[in-house]
Design a protein around this ligand. Structure first.
Ligand SMILES: Cc1cc2nc3c(=O)[nH]c(=O)nc-3n(C[C@H](O)[C@H](O)[C@H](O)COP(=O)(O)OP(=O)(O)OC[C@H]3O[C@@H](n4cnc5c(N)ncnc54)[C@H](O)[C@@H]3O)c2cc1C
Length: 442
């Protein structure tokens, strides 16, 4: 939040100036904020840590910031059930869980999101047998558009919970979440470079043999980066500060930033730069606490689009994207990231009842992304792709409804929890359409 009251997301491209921002400390604060907004006739959006690339979190009404709601409310180490305030960040959650001897089954590649923000967009990691983070949610406390506080569980309100797990912030403000955690574990993460053709020919084996596998394919390069993480029965051996600084200095910030900047200034050099970057990457092996293997800091700014494809489309879709870039000589100096996620049953999960391959495309900041992302979206459309709700796309309710078998059920739940359309913004208008309350009988 800037001193003039404006707000911007991590990439700096999405901005808004809310009428007011309420920093809630409790469920009662959230309830009051919703009721006062309703009395003032203002829309409301909860905001997490602003790590969505879409306009999903924007509002010109009341912004509710629950980042101060960051406590663990209850933890049962035996069952692994942990109740948290929904504004807790994944990094803080990971520290608290580690102290309890617990961990999350899977995470994405950063840990700065809030739990509520991460689940709202279907945030995921990689692991063909593991579903997204929202699939670990067992209960949600929600403040609805009428200011009611409801507890959603699979037993009490199965549709409500399946809608609220991936809600796009459109059902209300999530104030507490019960998560299914697992016993703490240590992982070995191996990053290396391999021939892209060899990797694509062995995707099934890699997914069968490893808990987490992902691929970074660089346009114009025959070699790709792979990341393979597995659980090991060994103590964590965290890297020294120097090792961390060198690793982050090389790929995650320093060299990546410098090479990306060079590519922005001299686009014809990009094919050579991409090949050099893969060559510089080499091999690294780390053994550490699971959350530290999953996540790393991101300082180089970019814009991203990510689509959930049917699992079998992973290879052909990636090849189509690479061929499009190379045929059109697009100046793309970031890799295409391929990850694998098991299907789940949240009504608007991009992996809804479908084992999924995610393909993410990135463009370095201040470089043109529109033509590239439109071309990739056309490819995704051909495979029935579903967009990540927090990453750039051009879809609308009309183009999306047919891709979600339980779309209407989500709309029913939305009308039940937000009958007056309190939690709308431009993004929900575009991708969900207006709230549809049941027609009044004549
Ligand atoms: C560098 C980077 C790396 C990323 N890596 C991954 C990755 O590995 N995997 C992946 O899937 N995604 C990834 N993302 C995307 C990111 O995980 C999602 O966009 C996520 O939703 C961001 O969480 P946030 O806390 O920043 O929420 P925000 O972006 O602030 O908000 C997202 C949505 O959540 C809603 N929301 C927030 N709090 C609440 C609440 N209390 N109640 C109801 N609704 C709420 C907001 O209204 C909004 O609709 C990445 C993004 C960046 C910038």
């Amino acid at each position: 939040m800037a001193t003039d009251g404006s707000w911007r997301n991590w990439s700096g491209e999405q901005r808004c100036t809310p009428v007011r921002t309420v920093r809630a400390r409790s469920t009662a604060d959230v309830r009051d904020a919703v009721l006062v907004a309703a009395a003032d006739g203002l829309p409301v959006r909860a905001v997490g840590s602003g790590h969505s690339f879409t306009s999903i979190a924007l509002t010109d009404g009341v912004q509710i910031d629950i980042s101060a709601m960051d406590r663990v409310l209850a933890a049962d180490v035996e069952s692994g059930l942990v109740r948290v305030q929904a504004g807790i960040s994944i990094s803080r959650l990971s520290d608290v869980l580690a102290a309890l001897g617990l961990g999350m089954e899977n995470l994405g590649d950063i840990d700065v999101q809030t739990v509520a923000g991460a689940i709202a967009t279907g945030t995921h990691g990689t692991g063909a047998r593991l579903a997204n983070i929202s699939s670990q949610v067992r209960a949600i406390e929600l403040v609805t558009g009428t200011g009611d506080v409801v507890e959603l569980t699979a037993e009490g309100d199965p549709d409500g919970l399946r809608a609220a797990r991936v809600s796009l912030g459109a059902l209300g403000v999530v104030t507490a979440v019960t998560l299914q955690c697992v016993p703490a574990y240590v992982m070995r993460g191996v990053d290396t470079t391999e021939r892209l053709d060899d990797v694509l020919a062995t995707l099934d084996e890699r997914n069968a043999d490893h808990r987490h596998f992902e691929l970074y394919a660089f346009p114009y390069a025959a070699r790709a980066l792979t990341r393979t993480n597995d659980v090991v029965d060994e103590p964590a051996s965290p890297p020294s500060r120097l090792q961390t600084a060198l690793r982050q200095g090389l790929l995650e910030t320093g060299a990546l930033g410098a090479i990306s900047e060079l590519g922005r200034r001299v686009p014809p050099a990009i094919p050579r730069l991409n090949r050099s970057l893969v060559r510089m990457a080499g091999t690294s092996v780390r053994t550490d606490r699971s959350d530290r293997i999953f996540a790393s800091p991101r300082h180089v700014k970019f814009v991203e689009m990510e689509y959930a494809y049917p699992r079998d489309a992973a290879e052909p879709a990636l090849r189509e994207i690479l061929a499009t870039i190379e045929r059109r000589r697009l100046a793309i100096n970031f890799p295409i990231e391929m990850r694998f996620v098991a299907g789940d049953d949240a009504l608007l999960s991009p992996a809804y009842r479908r084992d999924t391959a995610y393909l993410a495309v990135h463009v370095y900041r201040d470089m043109p992304w529109d033509p590239y992302f439109r071309a990739v979206e056309e490819i995704a459309n051909g495979y029935g792709g579903r967009p990540h709700w927090g990453k750039r796309h051009f879809q609308s309710a009309e183009t999306l409804a047919g891709r979600y078998p339980e779309w209407e059920r989500f709309r029913e739940v939305r009308a039940r929890f937000d009958p007056d359309g309190r939690f709308v913004n431009g993004y929900t208008d575009r991708v969900l359409g207006p709230v549809q309350t049941a027609p009044v009988a004549a």
